[in-house]
Design a protein around this ligand. Sequence first.
Ligand SMILES: Cc1cc2nc3c(=O)[nH]c(=O)nc-3n(C[C@H](O)[C@H](O)[C@H](O)COP(=O)(O)OP(=O)(O)OC[C@H]3O[C@@H](n4cnc5c(N)ncnc54)[C@H](O)[C@@H]3O)c2cc1C
Length: 475
Amino acid sequence: MGRIRTVTREELHKMTQHIIIGGGPAATNAVETIRSIDGGQSQITLISDEPAHSRMALPYWLAGNIPEQHTHTGDDAYFERLKVETRFGQRVASVDPAGRVVKLAGGDTLSFDNLLIATGASPVQPPISGTDLPGVQPMWSLEHTRRVLEAAAGMESPRVVLVGAGFIGFIVLNAMFKRGWTLAVVEREAQILPRMLDSDAARIVQSWLDSQGVAVHAGTSVQEISAAADGSKIVRLENGEEIAADIVIIATGIQANLDLIAGAGIETDEAILVNDQMQTNFAHVYAAGDVAQGPVKFSDRREVHAIQPTAVDHGRVAGANMAGQEVHYSGSLLMNVVDVCGLQSASFGNWDDASAEATTISNPAGRVYRKLLWTGDQLTGAIFCGRANDMGMLTDVGMVKGILQTQTPLGPWKEYLQENPFDIRRAYIAAGVAQKLVSTTLLGRPSQPRGYRFQDAQPELPANPAHAVYVGTKS
Ligand SMILES: Cc1cc2nc3c(=O)[nH]c(=O)nc-3n(C[C@H](O)[C@H](O)[C@H](O)COP(=O)(O)OP(=O)(O)OC[C@H]3O[C@@H](n4cnc5c(N)ncnc54)[C@H](O)[C@@H]3O)c2cc1C
């Protein structure tokens, strides 16, 4: 009788073929994580119809702060160093989880042991006539950014109408504000940023926009966009108003890119349902980022957060598990932080939980708003508005994020914060949040320097350990 030999981990790595679909942060973080575990042994094929890049960097290009190239997240040398076979400019047409193959739009069929679907999301097209006119478009991709810059070329202050006053729309608005363009916003709901701020905070942001010359039309929707004789556009609102525009940006929401899994038997809800290891209902098929609906903090529901930090976490957790290291994700924290033309606005966690106990500070004249939401002695949500140069505003936002991320019970520090909502640092340190943050890592191992992704460049300064200044401080 022949002896059964156990396959070593190294042999297993060598035999494994990973396919990763997507070139955004979820995909590239999965690649890096796999390589940090298997040292380059497995086969990785990355397929993306766009180059590897960060959508989050597009507004910096739009604002003129960086060139297009700086939105890219890896060059050929980077992928060669990681021993990744790349297929950029190619689309996956379908996925067969049981047969372990993906089919490309060009006809190629590739087989896999593990598959990661990190295909992100696409803007939804609202049913408004005129959205097909030139100069009317979303602002979601490299191509969209290029088109907006082309449309604005030669104009001193192009008139832009933003349709939809949500998180991404306002990030784009801020980039155009930095350019000095003439801006108007239309929001169907009664308030701006309806999925990010409560109505009191939204009122403060809206009055700030008024003071900055940005016209806000809330509580009305766009009925029609038509072409004017001079090539510009007329945006007609339901309330009868008309706004003249050179460019119209449609930012009315996004939906997960699921076309490639049609009929594949992969369970979906709003997006692909994944467990805390980023696995779908097929254990060898993973999903991450905007296309995945996964575990979240402060809820048993699975949600789509559609933000960069969640895409990075998802990608790293998926990558670790694909490389055979069992890692369980504690869930993503909903966080939206946006600079609204100079007024910082942020919300975290269950910021709209009507059943939570709330501590609120509101000074509309000073553009200051803070709301802390409590469940027992735990902070479970927060809303912030304030000028970046207001004392402590941005560090407070960072510390509140840390308290929420570590889900630290604050004990007596809850009452302290209720009485002193501007002294977050004392509670942050005393409750041990900094120590917790330093000792907790996503993959359960010390974080590693990741270097740069271009021309093998290396940082000139050694990284400082985060929060070192707070750790060890006596309470
Ligand atoms: C303008 C803008 C600003 C933003 N700013 C912020 C911010 O400040 N903070 C923040 O947290 N988030 C921000 N976001 C959101 C953030 O960029 C996304 O959450 C993040 O990009 C999601 O990463 P992902 O890897 O899941 O998907 P993506 O980055 O969308 O990458 C998916 C890739 O897969 C490709 N793909 C899709 N289908 C296929 C297929 N069938 N075959 C091959 N390739 C395919 C797509 O073309 C895309 O390149 C911003 C987004 C935009 C558009």
